[in-house]
Design a protein around this ligand. Structure first.
Ligand code: ATP
Length: 204
């Protein structure tokens, strides 16, 4: 479902990773681990297509990462507390993406479903800029699931979530067994929820 062939990314002359080969079969949950600055976010951004690789190739179901065909297959929550439109309510943030991803007649039902899954309803009408970091993270992760994309890319989804919200997150993933998921996390509790681990190498 997701593939890297000799993938590398550098900033200036400084490589973050290089020569990375990876194959993630459909339905796999891959955990990215590694200390601060080892390149987890950079790799996720290259898979999402918001950052280009410096070398090699990344594909989503055979489509080059970043192309419209690949982006349509991917749900993204890369900075879960920061990527909402602050002036819009959580509900309107969700509706905005639902309308882009789904036929108009399906958008409201899809939003209602994720609002229920993440218990968002009670603050769904509050502007996102007045929500707490954890509330915004819930909305962002819920948003990534809209339209049931086959691939999910998540950067530390549990960082701001309380224990209950983390349980909701994993339950939502368990309800979607075919989903291919790559997530970066520093939490030991996430390791047992994933099938495979990729430890980003430390560079000096
Ligand atoms: N836009 C950028 N310009 C220059 N260097 C960058 C840029 N973005 C990231 N880097 C560098 O790339 C390296 C990897 O950063 P990245 O954010 O991918 O690490 P990470 O593993 O996600 O870290 P953390 O666990 O702290 O979130 C770091 O050395 C960082 O300074």
């Amino acid at each position: 479902m997701l593939r890297l062939d000799g993938a590398g990314r550098a900033f200036g002359r400084r490589p973050v990773f290089s020569g990375l080969d990876l194959e993630v079969p459909p339905g796999t949950r891959l955990l990215l681990t590694g200390g601060n600055g080892t390149g987890k976010t950079t790799l996720l951004r290259c898979l999402a297509g918001t950052l280009a690789l410096s070398s090699g190739r990344a594909t989503i179901a055979g489509r080059p990462a970043g192309t419209p065909a690949a982006r349509r297959l991917v749900g993204i929550a890369l900075a879960p507390e920061q990527t909402l439109c602050g002036r819009l309510s959580g509900h309107d943030n969700l509706m905005l993406l639902a309308r882009m991803r789904l036929p108009a007649r399906e958008a409201a039902a899809a939003v209602a479903r994720v609002e229920e899954e993440f218990a968002i309803a009670e603050y769904a009408q509050v502007p996102a800029q007045r929500c707490s970091a954890g509330m915004r993270a819930r909305i962002s992760v819920a948003r990534a699931l809209l339209g049931d994309p086959p691939v999910l890319l998540l950067d530390e989804p549990g960082r701001s979530l309380d224990a209950g919200a983390r349980a909701m997150f994993w339950a939502a993933l368990d309800r979607r067994p075919g989903l291919t998921c790559v997530l970066a996390s520093h939490l030991d509790s996430d390791r047992v929820r994933c099938d495979r681990t990729l430890a980003m190498p430390v560079r000096r």
